[in-house]
Design a protein around this ligand. Structure first.
Ligand code: GDP
Length: 177
């Protein structure tokens, strides 16, 4: 069996940021491998994973970058943001503090990333409804205020994960092309 190499029209770099333990790695593996790993260890050495999708007849390779735990040491460097066309800014709907820190992450993006970067605010762990600490309306208001897209996702169930990534890739395509 031969592998027919696919013709890639574009490669879009998307970074995943946010506090530690909000589910960044799981969101990434849900989107790129349709997997959720219950005993996730930080993926040391792996900088990004990819998934190729078709948007309006164009073949687009999403190159999705993970901080691999660096955010714990506030060591996310400008190299991480370099060339990024999209950002998934993740908080945990069951951890108010992770939402309170979102403004700082937006500042970080504004300081290090390209001005035209497409930002999607993501409230993850939406399956944990009984433990919710962040009302959807608070996030909607913040997102509108800052000009961000917004979605609530569950990496565990897979809810909205593809939709959020497709939205970002489509928006990037719309900005560029
Ligand atoms: P990261 O540090 O932001 O990369 O977070 P991880 O992806 O390592 O996830 C942190 C913890 O939250 C792990 O124990 C995951 O299993 C759990 N987790 C991640 N996403 C979800 C989700 O959507 N729902 C639930 N219930 N747990 C999640």
């Amino acid at each position: 069996v031969e592998n027919v190499p696919e013709k890639i029209d574009y490669v879009f770099k998307v970074v995943v940021i946010g506090d530690s333990a909000v589910g960044k790695t799981q969101i990434l593996s849900r989107f790129t491998k349709n997997e959720f790993c219950f005993d996730s260890k930080s993926t040391i050495g792996v900088e990004f994973q990819t998934r190729t999708v078709t948007i309006k007849t164009k073949v687009i390779k999403g190159q999705i970058w993970d901080t691999a735990g660096q955010e714990r040491y506030r060591a996310v460097t400008s190299a991480y943001y370099r060339g990024a066309l999209g950002a998934m800014l993740v908080y945990d709907i069951t951890k108010r503090q992770s939402f309170d820190h979102v403004a700082r992450w937006v500042e970080e993006l504004r300081a290090h990333a390209d001005n035209s970067i497409v930002i999607m605010l993501i409230g993850n762990k939406a399956d944990l409804v009984d433990h919710r600490e962040v009302p959807t309306e608070d996030a909607v208001e913040f997102a509108e205020d800052q000009g961000l897209f917004f979605a609530e996702t569950s990496a565990l169930s897979g809810d909205n994960v593809d939709k959020a990534f497709f939205k970002v890739l489509e928006e990037i395509y719309g900005v560029l092309c």
